[in-house]
Write a protein that binds this ligand. Sequence first.
Ligand code: 4AD
Ligand code: MG
Length: 452
Amino acid sequence: MDIRIKKVLQDQPVGQRVAVAGWVRTRRDTGGFSFIEINDGSCLANLQVIADKGLENYQQDIKNLATGSSVVVDGELRKSPAKGQAVELHATKIDIVGGADSETYPLQKKRHSFEFLREINHLRPRTNALGAVSRVRSRLGYAVHNFFQQRGFIQVHTPIITTSDCEGAGEMFQVSTGRERSGEDHFFGRSAGLTVSGQLQAEVYALAMGDVYTFGPTFRAENSNTSRHLAEFWMLEPEMAFCDLDGNRKIAEELLKYLLADVLENCAEDMALFDKFIEKGLIGKLQDVIAKDFIHISYTEAVERLEKAGDKFEYAVRWGADLQSEHERYLSEKLFRCPVAVTDYPASIKPFYMRLNDDGKTVAAMDILVPGIGEIIGGSQREDRLEVLQSRMIETGIDPAEYDWYLDLRRYGSVPHAGFGLGFERLVQFVTGMANIREVIPFPRTPGSAPC
Ligand code: 4AD
Ligand code: MG
């Protein structure tokens, strides 16, 4: 049985015989030896293998072992005399499982730009930075489940194919059987699309099971080429019955702090890499986020603060207009220098399902803005009054008959309830300091993305 390099470096079982399987990062030859660095993806660090010229395939194979080749190494772990590593593997046998042509292998021993790596999407997880992002992303997903399961939330698998355009923004990709010409309309006789959010279905389960969450891929057919938008992204959406906007905001803050603390503790080696090469001071910044209370202001206050900031924005600030990302970043990055929860937005710029406030003009909406990213969370308390919901639907051009099932939730045992959506890639960006969202999802789907 192979042992993972992470375990070898953690336990440092000097004297033990082990087999390690991985990919060659570098090879260096001296008189009678080769030093081979191998990586198996389990951690950032490579394991140094010492191959003696006495090995039977040394002359013809090992001495020509190219970067990118896959190997299984049997050997004995010894204390390393070199700086920066505790143990090294003295090989008794090296099997070359798959060779590589060093002339054509695209990953050379130098730093490649992220733009270049996007063109070789299928090889980029073999680099230090993208490997580290993958481990951090995996850990964050695990921590999400821990957080909610520890608090008694039930996970619901909401559908990918749906007829409801939750956000009402006309950004639903259409699903088709490909047989429309024979009389079928898109999806077996009706039109359907890929979900933009699992919220409406999460509400169904919250109104039966209390606290629930859904976590999966969502899709938006927005043709925007920015460092924070994808056509396919993952969203975490908790939905809580018997919960108002304040309760919603508190859970969102607790969740973000929990996730940051978890990654700082469990991905320390990868986080140190980001802190050193991607965003200087990242770890300290995340520790500050954990230590301090988030700021809470209303949309109206936010607009006043932005107006006071003068005319430094490309887009003018005006009550009734949505906040642009430059405004969001000004609030969280410059003015408060910490995460900011902005609540109670004008009803006219928000979807039909948000609860209308007593002023009749604003809704119980909540966005959480973080430095470097802007909006990371969007949520609200939901409209739980049947008549108000029906008239909000009509106002926003939605046919209530299409959402009769959703209205039933208000007809039978309606309760105040609230929830939010955390953009998972924006979270990974925030945690790793990666400037572009294309670096934090394994296979980015954007206009013009690489095929793979
Ligand atoms: O603000 P949004 O559109 O809210 C909803 O979809 C609600 N139905 C969620 C809910 O209340 N259950 O999206 C939520 C979050 C945003 O704050 C952002 O982090 C992320 O999803 N997001 C995107 N991430 C990447 N690419 C895109 N195109 C995104 N659109 C939204
Ligand atoms: Mg939003």
